[in-house]
Design a protein around this ligand. Structure first.
Ligand SMILES: Nc1ncnc2c1ncn2[C@@H]1O[C@H](COP(=O)(O)OP(=O)(O)O)[C@@H](O)[C@H]1O
Ligand SMILES: [Mg+2]
Length: 258
């Protein structure tokens, strides 16, 4: 592999298998995720998209019945190695969920909480600066700068989701995982989040689960199609949508099932 290609890969997934008890939910997944790109994960409900996403920051460790084997190598280090602290992994690999889930705290505290807790900053003007910077990056600052003390939950759904993105950015991750981040939002809020993602990929590597194929087509550089726990096909988005190699992919794309 040339250095240039090697440098453009942020996450390498090798022979990844996941079991929920006896349910073998992910079958030997191999994949290279590109740095500063958006990768979309698509496929019918229950095919393992969320499960796969949670493997990338060890969130599945929180589920008791789960057994994972294989490797998820981020910047040359397998995050499943015994000496890796999973809390540190979740700091580097942030996650945004389907339902906006701000803490029952002020807008300011939603963003400041994790960096203070992790000791990344102290209270005071550094913290104020980080909160502002994160809200600016999340495209929310102008809407909230005069009401930072109000509860996060007082915002609209779309604003809450951008607040959750600001909260994720505030701990300075490298990778951002998003599990159907717009499926609870109206079209205008969805458009804002999509525009934001295109902006954020300049700094972060983004992996998004979406069941909206138009969304994958609009924003993703790469698309991976999953079916029943298998990675069927993974390529540039255009190839997946216009000229897929696998019949299963084509059937899904053309709406034959799903
Ligand atoms: N917490 C869990 N415990 C047990 N099984 C689960 C859990 N989450 C998902 N599964 C199972 O894993 C498979 C993949 O689910 P999931 O990753 O949620 O799919 P998707 O996100 O593509 O809809 C399904 O068979 C589902 O029932
Ligand atoms: Mg899911």
């Amino acid at each position: 592999m040339t250095n240039e290609i090697k440098d453009s890969i942020k996450v390498r997934i090798r022979d990844l298998n996941l079991y929920y008890g006896n349910n073998h939910a992910l079958h030997n997944i191999n994949m290279d995720l590109h740095k500063n790109k958006i990768t979309a994960l698509i496929g019918p409900s229950g095919c393992g998209k969320s499960t796969f996403l949670r493997c990338l920051n060890r969130m599945n460790d929180l589920i008791r019945s789960v057994k994972v084997d294989g490797q998820v190598i981020i910047d040359e280090k397998n995050i499943y190695d015994k000496d890796v602290d999973e809390v540190a992994v979740r700091k580097r690999v942030g996650m945004v969920f389907q339902q906006p889930n701000p803490f029952p705290k002020s807008i300011y505290e939603n963003v400041a909480y994790a960096p203070l807790k992790h000791g990344l900053i102290k209270k005071g003007h550094h913290c104020d600066d980080l909160v502002e910077k994160s809200l600016v990056q999340a495209g929310l600052w102008n809407e909230v700068k005069d009401k930072l003390k109000e509860p996060g939950t007082s915002l609209s759904g779309g604003q809450q989701q951008r607040l959750c993105i600001a909260r994720t950015i505030a701990v300075q991750p490298d990778v951002i995982l998003m599990d159907e981040p717009t499926s609870a939002l109206d079209p205008i809020s969805t458009e804002k989040i999509e525009a934001l993602m295109l902006e954020l990929k300049k700094k972060y590597t983004i992996i998004i689960v979406t069941h909206n194929m138009q969304q994958a087509g609009r924003i993703a550089d790469y698309t991976a199609f999953f079916h029943l726990g298998d990675l069927i096909e993974y390529d540039e988005t255009e190839t997946i949508f216009i000229n897929p190699s696998e019949k299963k992919t084509e059937d899904y794309i053309t709406g034959r099932y799903g």
